[in-house]
Design a protein around this ligand. Structure first.
Ligand code: GLY
Length: 553
């Protein structure tokens, strides 16, 4: 057995140009919160590897960035193991409870009641993060959960400071947070947004994390924590059962891989649409005269490839454990050629002419890690809307997701972001809702980038723009800072960050027939690490739009 494993490592090293043979002298972490980055560094210093650090960072984010992700949510961890080049996607996405059904968010008139899929216990899928942390630790880590969860437990007990970003998101979800007794006492002060720099202390969450640390997944999905979760959810009108919690399974999936301009791209498979949509866009660009076009023409071409890839997202994509998705076809270069052939070099096409409906999302979080062995993690985690369902299960400190809104509540009905979905992503018992989360690696023999970001349906186009800047030789700080734009098939508009673009830049797109929608804000919170293989050095950057921290040490 050992011989076969060693032989396989040797063969991988011989035949893969992408496996780094040199160990790094450095490690790096970029995450959306300084305390989460520190938690990961602490674990690396204690002898943990990147996968242990990923457990520590995920758990710390669950405590200190409660609006973005948490134990009550889900996520995808894309892993690269240095010793043998093995890559996998750990899928800890939420599942629909067994009692879920396709009409569960319709009112008596057959119309979607948006509040039901967004606010409160009925909006929550069965969480995957606790099981995924246990899985990561058991299968890939070196340290026990008692050690890797220790920083998060400490942060929950000692508190974290309220920032402006926290205040804005708490204000946004104020009404709903006030409807859950434990959410109100945990995240608000007398029902109001807490003062800047005041402390958010979470003793119940610390106790739940301790159960997870001591008993692994059983500490969350069985026993006292599970009892409290089920009682609280059912009392608040939710449909979770003990069986749902016991049945939750982490899945390991083969990542989606492809190439662009000689780079290998590795990203996530369904139930995320991220990898397929990203490759579709890159494959289409390869068919077009993109590299030699001026900046205005490049943006026109980018918009057109985004439009087509997101159109396919809306038509074909859902949880592949339940529906058949033509993954090979959609991510193939041959198919991209047929899509690119429909792009007019001068003029915008119309999304209406393509026919049918698309995607979603807003909050969420991302972190990237490389350790000094070359192990890496790109992880995007979510509870969906800011503060998820805004419902905390009594006595647990666990803020539940509202990821059920990532399903199509009704074919053709718009979700909270004005987007519509289809049959492949209809609600079914135990199914995973379609996601846009896109943790990704891109590399050639010169350089490597670990990249990802929150931002709902815009995640995939942010990762695309980041990849193109990386290939263009931009440094880490520039990649995370540059202005962004996005097209997702419907609505048929280019969404642009403001501030970001000059009037003349927008006019150049309008002259090609595109509709521009300024967003009056910036979006995303990208966390990247770049490995320059020549100098064997790392650089890392955290998006200036957020409050995160990137460190190389
Ligand atoms: N909830 C955001 C996403 O998974 O796309």
């Amino acid at each position: 057995m050992m011989f076969i494993r060693q032989l396989s490592i040797c063969l991988t090293l011989l035949f893969s140009p992408f496996v780094a043979s040199d160990e790094l002298q450095q490690a790096a972490i970029a995450s959306a919160h300084p305390l989460a980055t520190q938690a990961g560094l602490e674990i690396l210093q204690q002898g943990g590897n990147a996968f242990d650090a990923a457990v520590a960072v995920s758990a710390a984010l669950a405590v200190v960035e409660p609006a973005g992700s948490g134990l009550g949510g889900g996520g995808f961890w894309l892993l690269h193991r240095a010793e043998d080049g093995f890559q996998t996607m750990v899928d800890g996405r939420e599942t629909a409870p067994a009692a879920a059904h396709r009409d569960m968010y319709l009112d008596d008139n057959g119309k979607v009641d948006k509040q039901l899929s967004l606010d409160g216990a009925l909006a929550a899928g069965i969480p995957g993060v606790p099981a995924a942390l246990d899985h990561l630790s058991q299968h890939y880590g070196r340290l026990p959960l008692t050690q890797t969860l220790a920083p998060a437990i400490r942060y929950a007990q000692q508190g974290f400071s309220v920032t402006k970003h926290y205040q804005q998101l708490a204000q946004f979800r104020l009404t709903t947070l006030n409807q859950s007794a434990e959410a109100r006492t945990t995240f608000l002060t007398n029902g109001q947004v807490p003062e800047l720099n005041s402390k958010i202390i979470q003793h119940n969450l610390a106790a739940t994390l301790q159960q997870l640390a001591q008993h692994g997944r059983a500490g969350f999905y069985q026993g006292e924590v599970a009892d409290k979760l089920i009682n609280s959810v059912q009392q608040a009108g939710g449909i979770w059962t003990q069986q749902d919690l016991r049945n939750y399974q982490v899945k390991e999936r083969t990542p989606i891989t492809g190439s662009y301009q000689g780079y290998k791209v590795t990203s996530v498979a369904p139930p995320s649409s991220g990898g397929i949509v990203l490759l579709s866009m890159l494959n289409q660009l390869e068919q077009l005269d993109y590299q030699h076009a001026d900046i205005h023409q490049q943006r026109h071409l980018l918009t057109e490839v985004m439009r087509r890839a997101y159109f396919d997202r809306s038509r074909y994509m859902g949880d592949t454990d339940f529906v058949s998705v033509p993954v090979q076809k959609l991510s193939s270069k041959t198919y991209a050629k047929t899509l690119a052939a429909t792009i007019d070099n001068q003029l915008a096409s119309s999304s209406k002419q393509l026919a049918a409906p698309p995607s979603k999302g807003e909050d969420t979080t991302h972190f990237s890690i490389i350790d000094n062995q070359g192990n890496r993690v790109s992880a995007t985690l979510s509870i969906n809307y800011p503060f998820g369902s805004a419902f905390v299960a009594d006595g647990t400190g666990v803020l539940l997701n509202d990821e059920m809104d990532d399903f199509s509540a009704q074919i053709g009905a718009a979700n909270v972001y004005g987007l519509v979905g289809n049959e492949a992503n209809a609600i079914e018992a135990n199914k995973r809702p379609l996601s846009s989360m896109s943790p990704t690696f891109i590399e050639n023999d010169q350089q490597l980038m670990v990249i990802g970001t929150p931002g709902g349906s815009r995640i995939i186009t942010m990762v695309l723009l980041g990849i193109l800047d990386f290939i263009n030789g931009e440094d880490a700080d520039t990649i995370v800072s540059k202005p962004r734009f996005h097209h997702q098939y419907l609505p048929d508009v280019i969404q642009v960050e403001t501030p970001g673009f000059e009037a003349a830049e927008l006019t150049a797109l309008e002259q090609r027939g595109h509709n521009i929608k300024p967003l009056n804000r910036r979006y995303g919170n990208m966390q990247i690490i770049i490995h320059d293989k020549h100098s064997n050095s790392l650089t890392a950057a955290s998006d200036p739009r957020g409050e995160g921290m990137a460190r190389v040490h």
